[in-house]
Design a protein around this ligand. Structure first.
Ligand code: AKG
Ligand code: FE2
Length: 537
């Protein structure tokens, strides 16, 4: 498997709707230009709650958006979540990610941490984040197998409780009404809520996630606060935390299409979610506040807002929804697919906890461990001599193990080490599994070497040698390219700006002076050997 460069929806426009509208058109780009041309440098209207028609717009064009006001969440939950966010921030658990957007490396404007079901990962903008595990069980005294200290395990547990709250809320709404479609009335949640609709132009993730996915499974109405009773199937498996202090960020981009103001997160669709699954967001702009959330936070500056627009549409007005500290909002139904959202910076530092149903079919530790076992089934190690042989030279068997080899190397090991040792100071959960994956990968290096020997074995039939060589050539070419890409990412000028603990590590890496390994790191010569073999056979 190769690294997917999924900046799907590569619909990034430019920062200013004016100039780019023309120049992009000249370059003959996509449908987006047409929209921008139509726009001709004008801003598209957008509505805020004080504008006439706001509610109608919400209901007609943004009905997948639902707001749950701070007062409708239990105040002790607010308190625990705020305290968790403060702890994670104080302990340095949030980082700006060095992501990849359209082939360019960029730091996210917000600092992030992923917390979730143990072993889950979340991939966005070419980056796989590895979850700090949330702890469902209350920690007893001196539990031994812990990966982090008490303060952090309590923090992660508070986020799990918030997650449970959201799971149950979504479940309750679904039961109450909607079958996941968007026709629920905008009411919806218990406390207070409102919803919107609107839309915008097309656009882009300048820094947000670029993919397109979908949102919520719909929910219907619901009652206010209660946590509901039924045990909700924990649909949200991860939360991506965001933090930004606007005072520390000089060059936030202006929202280009509507003139909504400075953006902390540019227009994007959330990537890599289960289709139609909901997203639930907890907004916290005053983590130091006591009591249930409220107006404060906003006194010394503008309010934080979430902006929404309809994808590929310049006729429907956009929507800007102000958020008080403690307010939550949901993106349900198809909203994430049909619309884009952005985050408009307010005047105070702000956290958000964004709960998602990540598409994890190839993104859990269990999954990749299973894949490694599958690949290694084709390796036989003589128990007496330790000598290694391949059980089968069938192209399908070789192809499988070579693919898994690439998958574990590029989707797991290099992704992990690219993020440096940044989480090591406070969480050891991934250390051992990563060592084990590296051991499996190491065995796969031997398997590739054995396959190469089979291709070059003059005692074998030409047909067999050709098949083996062809299979190898494809996998090795891919491997060589991806190693190059990762090496470049590790050496980029932005990567050099990181402190040593956070700096990308190009691992696995070995050079000529290191102890001998089955194959060299640089596969150029091996690839030439296989190519010339194919010429001859
Ligand atoms: O912070 C928010 O309200 C939303 C952030 C967001 O869109 C994201 O992290 O994908
Ligand atoms: Fe988002």
């Amino acid at each position: 498997m190769r690294v997917r460069t999924i900046e799907r929806d590569g619909t990034r426009v430019s920062d200013s709707p004016r100039t780019p509208a023309v120049s992009r058109a000249e370059r003959g780009c996509s449908a987006r230009q047409k929209l921008l041309q139509e726009l001709g440098g004008q801003h598209i209207p957008f509505l805020s709650p004080t504008d006439t028609g706001f509610q109608q717009l919400w209901e007609s064009s943004y009905s997948g958006l639902a707001l749950r006001q701070a007062e409708s969440l239990p105040s002790d939950l607010h308190e625990r979540v705020r305290s968790a966010l403060r702890s994670l921030q104080r302990r340095g658990c949030l980082f700006r990610d060095l992501v990849r957007i359209r082939g360019r490396d960029v730091f996210t404007a917000v600092s992030r941490a992923l917390v979730g079901r143990p072993g889950d990962t979340y991939r966005y903008l070419g980056t796989r984040l590895f979850a700090l595990p949330w702890h469902e069980e209350e920690r007893d005294g001196g539990a031994a197998d812990v990966c982090c200290d008490r303060e952090l395990s309590d923090a992660c547990r508070a986020l799990w409780e918030l997650n449970q709250f959201f799971c149950q809320d979504v479940e309750r709404r679904e039961a109450a009404g909607g079958q996941g479609t968007s026709d629920d009335p905008p009411k919806g949640q218990g406390g207070s809520e409102d919803l919107p609709e609107g839309q915008g132009v097309s656009d882009d993730p300048l820094e947000g996630q670029g993919g397109s996915d979908d949102p919520p499974g719909g929910q219907g109405s619901s009652e206010p606060d209660a946590l509901g009773t039924g045990l909700a199937d924990p649909r949200f498996n991860i939360t991506l935390l965001n933090y930004m202090d606007p005072a520390a960020m000089k060059d936030l981009k202006e929202e280009p299409y509507y003139g909504m103001g400075k953006m902390a997160v540019s227009w994007h669709h959330d990537e890599n979610l289960v289709p139609q699954s909901p997203v639930a967001v907890y907004n916290c702009s005053s983590p130091d506040e006591k009591g249930a959330g409220s107006q404060d936070g906003e006194v010394d500056g503008a309010c934080w807002r979430v902006g929404l627009k309809v994808a590929w549409d310049i006729h429907t007005p956009g929507l800007a929804l102000p958020l008080q500290s403690g307010d939550c909002y949901y993106m349900r139904d198809d909203l994430n697919r049909t619309h884009q959202h952005c985050v408009l910076a307010g005047g105070t530092p702000r956290f958000s906890s964004t709960h998602r149903v990540a598409e994890c079919s190839t993104g859990t530790l269990d999954y990749i461990q299973r894949r490694c076992r599958e690949a290694l089934e084709n390796l036989h190690v003589d128990p007496d001599t330790g000598s290694k042989t391949l059980r089968s030279l069938q192209p399908s068997a070789l192809q499988l193990s070579e693919e898994i080899h690439n998958e574990v190397e590029f989707e797991w090991l290099r992704q992990y080490w690219f993020q440096g040792r940044r989480c090591a100071p406070f969480c050891s959960w991934w250390s051992k599994p990563m060592e084990q994956l590296e051991e499996s990968w190491d065995q796969m290096e031997s398997m590739t070497q054995l396959a190469l020997a089979a291709a070059e074995d003059e005692g074998s039939s030409e047909e067999r040698r050709r098949e083996v060589a062809e299979t190898l050539l494809a996998a090795l070419t891919d491997r060589q390219e991806q190693r190059q890409t990762w090496r470049d990412r590790c050496q980029s000028s932005l990567a050099q700006t990181l402190p040593p603990e956070e700096a990308p590590v190009n691992r696995p890496y070995w050079g000529e002076d290191d102890p001998p390994r089955p194959l060299p790191f640089d596969l150029t010569d091996i690839i030439s050997r296989v190519e010339s073999l194919l010429w001859r056979l």
